[in-house]
Design a protein. Structure first.
Length: 77
């Protein structure tokens, strides 16, 4: 019955070829931020905030901005 490589063979193979793992891609912070601004909903809410500001509804304007900021912060994780 074949059971695989022995411990010494594993050590020899790891020295020769390295461990069998894939590199974890780095998450670039600026690229992550830029990706958040590409969505349609982001622009929809910004336009809605600008319209409410133009109409003089400052409370709704700030509520929309808080919502956009909250969604932005949550999407970073």
């Amino acid at each position: 019955m074949f059971t695989g490589l022995s411990k010494s063979q594993v050590i020899k193979q790891r020295k020769k070829f390295g461990s069998n793992t894939l590199p974890v891609p780095r998450r670039r912070f600026l690229k992550l931020i830029a990706r958040q601004f590409q969505g349609v909903f982001f622009f929809f809410f910004i336009i809605a905030a600008l319209i409410t500001f133009a109409l003089g509804h400052l409370i709704y304007f700030f509520l929309i901005l808080v919502f956009v900021f909250f969604c932005f912060v949550l999407s970073l994780f």
